[in-house]
Design a protein around this ligand. Sequence first.
Ligand code: ZN
Length: 293
Amino acid sequence: MGRPTEMNTIDKATPQECPACRHATNHRLLYQTNGCDIWQCRSCGLGRTQSSGFDPNTYYTGDYFSGHRSDGYSDYRAAEPVLRREFARSVEFVRGFRGSGRLLDLGCAYGFFLKEAQRYFEVSGIELAEEAAQYCRGSGLNVMSGVADEENMGRVGHVDVITLFDVIEHLPHPHETLALCERHLKPGGIIVITTGDFASPVARLTGSRWRLMTPPQHLWFFTRKSINRTSAALGLSVESCDHPWKIVPLSLIIFQLRRMLGFHGPPTAAASRVGVPVNLFDAMRIVLRKPMP
Ligand SMILES: [Zn+2]
């Protein structure tokens, strides 16, 4: 647990290159938590983690999804029925913008979303955690191991829909990844992103104790303004931005509450099978569309 420092008490303004604004802007150091500095662009509100020595390859292993990390998922696989129900709703949402075609899910974990999406789409996924990628392939899904780089994206080809559910904040270079996604999107195709809303009242009120303020695995903290600037630079239009209700496993709520209060250890398995609707209005769902030529 880091030493939380109140916002505004550190008045350090430093010009830094902002990947959303695409030029050097004033940044301020908001606070330090988990041994990381959290900086914010004063122009678009984009937050970033500055740390050294974080290697995603050694971090996103099977442990991340099974509750062995205090900041990972409590028991992702036990929660499959609840997650599948939520992902079925996500598929309906996506179909409101693009009804069929080829769909790619980045950071697809155990493929629960892909399983729901393949009822309407020809699906593929990319997953960094090798154990999860293997699980997907074992259940018949076309999932590649690794990250969204030129090689993996090239193997998938052009698609109609790319989804990044709670993934973009983990990426070392999210703006480059989005540019890569744009290049692999068919005209009229969409990118669907869910991520925290750093400008939301809950995020601002809770500061370094915000439930999504979990560096170093969360490296970026987006705002609507930073998303607008990023998409404009890529020639994408923002079709939709909302703060959806979500049905989450009760175990995840208990897990996050216990962590906030300083307790550790896995919650009971039964809590993984119960779904609870929640909305703190601190997470965004964004749809970006590539224009027709
Ligand atoms: Zn900025």
